[in-house]
Design a protein. Structure first.
Length: 169
């Protein structure tokens, strides 16, 4: 009977060690590149409110890749369906929405046409990188940028526009 006790202890110890080894291997580390200026990839939620007559509001999840000169923005509804994919380069900007593809002369024209407000793409990428750039009447509040929250407001020209981004953590 004494011979079984060390064997049982060894088996239980081995099982205990294997359990921790497997649990350690199963631990998922966060995906690299999410909400990272170095890898040029951000995900989160966007809110855009335009104080027009009548007022307009837009809410979506987003994935933004690239930079101001060339990139891609995918907008997804709260229920998970893709609302549209915007792609831009120095030569053109394209909106794919459902089966429809529309072309624009610039990303600025694309964003203004689709959202109803001229959102400054260059400033947006700066805000995501933590640089407080003011452009075309827009002013950003980056006080909570480290926590993944960015807000910006355009007061001039009218109508007033409020933009809020909440990045995935």
């Amino acid at each position: 009977m004494l011979a079984r006790f060390p064997l049982r202890t060894a088996l239980l110890s081995g099982l205990f060690f294997a359990t921790f080894l497997i649990a350690g291997c199963a631990h998922q580390t966060p995906a690299k590149g999410i909400n990272d200026a170095e890898n040029r990839l951000w995900t989160g939620r966007i809110s855009l409110q335009i104080q027009s007559e009548p007022p307009q509001a837009f809410f979506a999840a987003f994935e933004l890749k690239g930079q101001a000169e060339q990139g891609e923005l995918t907008l997804t509804s709260p229920i998970g369906s893709v609302l549209g994919v915007m792609r831009w380069s120095p030569t053109e900007a394209v909106l794919e929405s459902g089966r429809e593809t529309r072309r624009f002369e610039s990303v600025d024209a694309l964003l203004e046409q689709t959202t109803g407000a001229a959102i400054p793409v260059t400033a947006l990428f700066d805000w995501l990188a933590g640089k407080n750039t003011s452009l075309n009447g827009w002013a950003a509040d980056l006080a909570q940028q480290a926590a993944g929250k960015i807000s910006a407001r355009r007061t001039n020209p009218a109508p007033q526009v409020d933009l809020r981004l909440v990045l995935d953590q």
